[in-house]
Design a binder for this molecule. Structure first.
Ligand code: C2E
Ligand code: MG
Ligand code: MG
Length: 655
């Protein structure tokens, strides 16, 4: 028995779990070596271990406060009788290591799940074994959808084989790769990500897993873009700011220098803005600025040419045809910025605007200098009483204002019936008879007497007013022609000028047809004069337009021939009837031999093309004699008469 007890004790000594027997009060009656080692409290005998005597059935984990640090033990106990006294035997298992490993895993899990980076773990065959929520968020794939698949699933097709070969060579060589990859989300969107891949090896050095950590760069890129945007734009109106304007200005200057096209910088300052800001508050002020920004942007041709300088200063960068054209733009701006603004508070406000203009033509200006010039022009405009524009250069301002003045008055002239048609006789050289007349517009201005077309036609052309003028002249001429016919006058060909602008409007033929119809004037007696430049503008379209006009039965003449670039051969393409030699070639007959030769050549070739030839600006008999000798068909000029009102023209006819 003793022996067997010894054996039993021997067993207790050798097992690695602790065995402790305590009495009913918890005092230790027996402890094996393992128990002493686990508790680290020296000899346990007689000590109170302060452990629960009735741990739950499956055992209970307790904390151990030990010299070597915190530990965990799992307890199991059972009542027994020890030296005839009721006692308990407690089995103690040190589970510290397992607990620590467990904790570590839990911690790793928490990190894995909560990190904002996408994590992907594959086995050694690159089959996905685990992903984290961030990965799902980035790619759009749930765990169930990717488990067992390979990362090939995300392939965007943006990288070639070599890219992936290099990547894998690095992973298999150094165990690591990092770089940017374009991947594809479940919804098909391709996005950039920064990715870092590690090969995990087991104890034997064999790769067991690959772990990929990825950051979605597209969001980063977006915010970088936003930052960049904010650096170059005004946050309130989202228009480009001064910085961006300066770089655009430089770009514009480069282009202007290369192409020789003028570039205009308009600085716009709101009049009375401060009053509104002060009286209605900043919110209203902000709203107003936004409305101004949107009005300006709507008006501007091209993208992003409007910018805001902070405060109530805006700038507009614009390619222009001429320095004068800027005046109309400036005037438009002043006009539409002065329209009332309806604020969201229900208040209606009005402001004005002043504009300073700087023009880059070929002088070597820097962006800063242009800005300074526009600024000082703006100052000028404001001191002169606001609601105005000013050029940096005073003479430009004067010229432009005069133009604008004419433009305003011309609009009124059209509606108030201040235009007149004068008729200049066209004479058939062979018979010496007046066979027609050219209708030439005049402006009977209430302030300044009779204004010649040279002073207002160019302005009318650049503003589009010419359309209304030409329509009016055409109608007036047809009405007059019809009156003359009804009065029994001999048939006359009445020639009307058509501007290049008007010609390029597609509905020209329609307008002519309507006027003919409404006035009853026969098409065959109407001649339309077109300039070379009108025909040259849109060659193929011009042919089509001319054919359409021709189909109405009217005659077509080319005016001012010799001042443009068209060759006679080129004229063959157009359905013309008459060629009018420009006055320039007639002026110096009979002195200028070369002009005379040109006239001879033109007449010869025009006849070869079956065109009638009319010489313009014939003032004396020498000129007429030469033209007669060369076989010219008709002429018009002061020799017969200046352009005159209808009543006087009738007298010329001898009625
Ligand atoms: P144009 O069509 O070449 O008209 C001929 C111009 O030469 C007219 O000037 C006429 O008065 C002038 N002229 C005619 N004979 C002589 C002459 O012997 N000596 C001199 N020194 N001049 C002569 P005007 O009426 O001042 O018209 C100038 C230009 O204005 C016209 O040139 C035409 O291009 C344009 N124009 C006139 N009326 C109209 C119109 O109703 N519509 C359009 N679109 N243009 C018009
Ligand atoms: Mg003419
Ligand atoms: Mg002419």
């Amino acid at each position: 028995m003793k022996n067997s007890l010894d054996n039993f004790e021997l067993i207790l000594v050798t097992i690695s779990d602790g065995i402790v027997v305590v009495d009913a009060h918890g005092l230790v009656l027996y402890a094996n070596d393992s128990a002493n080692r686990i508790f680290e409290r020296g000899e346990l005998l007689g000590k109170d271990l302060a452990v629960p005597l009735y741990p739950s059935q499956g055992g209970q984990d307790i904390n151990l406060i030990r010299r070597s640090g915190i530990g965990w033990a799992e307890l199991r106990s059972a009542p027994l009788t020890w030296n005839k006294q009721p006692a308990y035997v407690i089995g103690v298992r040190d589970i510290t290591e397992r607990k620590l490993a467990d904790l570590k895993l839990k911690l790793a899990d928490a990190v894995f799940d909560s990190t904002r980076e996408g994590l992907l773990v594959t086995d050694h065959l690159q089959r996905i074994v685990r992903i984290n929520p961030a990965f799902s968020e980035i790619t759009g794939y749930s765990e169930a959808e990717v488990l067992g698949q390979t990362p090939q699933l995300l392939n965007s097709g943006r990288h070639d084989r070599l890219f992936y070969q290099t990547m894998w060579a690095s992973i298999n060589g150094s165990g690591h790769w990092q770089g940017e990859i374009w991947n594809r989300r479940k919804n098909g969107e391709v996005y950039p990500q920064l990715i870092s891949i590690d090969a995990i090896r087991d104890a034997n050095g064999q790769v067991c897993n690959y772990v990929a950590v990825s950051t979605d760069l597209s969001k980063l890129r977006d915010s970088e873009l936003e930052l960049d945007f904010l650096a170059h734009h005004d946050p309130l109106t989202r228009l480009p700011n001064r910085l961006l304007l300066l770089s655009r200005l430089q770009h514009g200057i480069d282009l202007a220098q290369r192409d020789g096209t003028p570039l205009a910088l308009l600085m716009i300052d709101l009049d009375r803005f401060k009053d509104i800001n002060d009286s209605l508050g900043h919110l209203a002020g902000d709203e107003l600025l936004q409305s101004v920004a949107s009005r300006l942007s709507t008006q501007a041709q091209g993208v992003d040419t409007v910018s805001r300088f902070g405060g109530d200063e805006f700038a507009l960068l614009q390619d222009v045809d001429s320095a004068e054209q800027v005046a109309s733009i400036a005037n438009d701006i002043i006009r539409f910025l002065s329209e009332p603004y309806h604020l969201s508070s229900g208040v209606e406000v009005r402001i004005g605007a002043s504009v300073g203009i700087s023009i880059f033509s070929e002088n070597a200006l820097t962006p800063e200098l242009m800005l300074q010039q526009a600024d000082s022009a703006l100052y000028q405009a404001k001191t002169e009483g606001r609601g105005r524009f000013a050029y940096f250069c005073e003479s430009q301002t004067q010229a432009a204002r005069a133009r604008v003045d004419i433009e305003v008055r011309l609009r009124r002239a059209i509606t108030q019936g201040e235009l007149r048609v004068y008729y200049q006789p066209q004479v058939d050289i062979a018979s010496g008879r007046i066979v027609g007349a050219e209708a030439l517009v005049r402006w009977q201005s209430p302030e300044g007497g009779l204004i010649q077309p040279a002073r207002f036609i160019p302005i009318a052309e650049s503003t589009g007013l010419i359309g209304e003028i030409d329509d009016w002249v055409l109608r007036e001429t047809c009405l007059q022609g019809q009156r003359w016919r009804q009065a029994g006058l001999p048939e006359l060909t009445l020639a009307v000028n058509v501007s290049a602008y008007q010609f390029s409007q597609g509905d020209m033929a329609q307008t002519v047809a309507r006027v003919l119809h409404e006035t009853g004037y026969p098409a065959q007696w109407l001649e339309l004069e077109l300039t070379e430049s009108a025909l040259m503008q849109r060659e193929t379209q011009a042919i089509e337009f001319l054919n359409r006009l021709k189909a109405l039965g009217v005659r077509l003449a080319i005016d001012d021939f010799g001042t443009g670039y068209s060759s006679l051969a080129y004229l063959k393409l157009f359905a013309l009837d008459v060629l009018k030699i420009d006055k320039r070639f007639i002026d110096d007959i009979p002195v200028a031999r070369d002009d005379m030769e040109i006239v001879t050549a033109i007449i010869g070739m025009a006849h070869a093309l079956r065109l009638k030839v009319l010489a313009e600006g014939v003032e004396n008999n020498e000129q007429l004699a030469y033209l007669t000798a060369q076989g010219c068909d008709q002429f018009q000029g002061y020799l017969t008469s200046r352009p005159v009102p209808a009543a006087e023209f009738e007298k010329l006819l001898g009625i």
